[in-house]
Design a binder for this molecule. Structure first.
Ligand code: ATP
Length: 247
């Protein structure tokens, strides 16, 4: 039994969707919830590295696939946990990839979870559609960089969610600013006035703003314990906001 399924979506690749998915899972887990994470980004799976389990392999029994569990208890399923070598590419066409996602939903023994986080494939393509149509998603978290929020890139994902009647829980603006190491000022490369307007016009909640930071960039190398406290608390607040919106 899974209580809430949260899809983490982005208009395009490389904006931090997987990083945010992994950190939401970590924060919900820290709050004492039973958490799982499904890496539905089949051709670019990065969850095992972000959660430091890329050396582990998933197994199966007659009941289905058994997810890998992190040292702190998060259940994880990713195609990379089934591949012999993590650098093997998945040279498959859309329907086959979509079939894997369906299996990750139907055949993985998730057990009882309070939250299942789904790291969606970027954009509004074939596999994203399969995820949204075949899994009963409770709500979507939209991850975007500021410059895409006010372009049509995020609007496409928002409109897709609306057409499929899936609520959007809110937006995480990633790489919003850089913090000056000397004076602590937040340097915003892209003016945020239009972001606020965009959120207002679309009736979207801002779940959190993350800086561009070396600590975040190095999560898959150094782990997330090394992240500075100020950034940790932003991730914690994002998780709290998600819980609030869902309840
Ligand atoms: N706030 C940040 N500051 C610095 N680097 C970041 C930040 N967020 C993400 N990154 C880095 O940007 C790169 C892309 O991040 P990530 O893999 O999470 O994006 P993604 O949207 O899931 O990409 P894809 O959809 O292509 O898998 C990674 O190298 C990650 O470490």
């Amino acid at each position: 039994m899974i209580d809430c399924i949260i899809g983490v979506m982005s208009g395009k690749g490389g904006v931090g969707k997987s990083t945010v998915s992994a950190m939401i899972a970590e924060e919900l887990n820290k709050k004492g919830f039973k958490v799982g994470i499904m890496d539905a980004d089949i051709t670019g799976p990065s969850i095992p590295r972000l959660l430091n389990i890329s050396h582990k392999k998933a197994t199966a029994n007659e009941l289905g696939i058994i997810p890998v569990t992190t040292s702190n208890g998060i259940k994880v399923m990713s195609l990379n946990l089934l591949m012999e070598h993590e650098d093997q590419p998945v040279i498959w066409r859309g329907p086959l990839i979509a079939g894997v996602v369906e299996q990750f939903w139907a055949d993985v023994q998730w057990g009882d979870l309070d939250y299942l986080i789904i790291d969606m494939p970027p954009g509004t393509g074939d596999v994203a559609l399969t995820v949204m149509q075949s899994i009963p998603i409770s709500g979507l978290v939209m991850v975007s960089v500021p410059q895409d929020l006010v372009s049509m890139i995020v609007s496409k994902s928002i409109n897709m969610a609306k057409k499929l009647n899936i609520p959007i829980l809110g937006v995480v603006e990633n790489m919003s600013y850089v913090k000056c190491p000397d004076c602590g000022n937040k340097i915003r490369i892209f003016e945020s006035e239009s972001t606020i307007e965009f959120l207002k016009d679309n009736n979207l909640k801002l779940l959190g703003e993350l800086p561009m930071s070396k600590d975040i960039a190095n999560i898959s190398i150094e782990g997330n314990d090394m992240i500075e406290e100020e950034i940790k608390s932003i991730f914690e607040q994002i998780a709290t906001n998600i819980i609030e919106v869902l309840s």
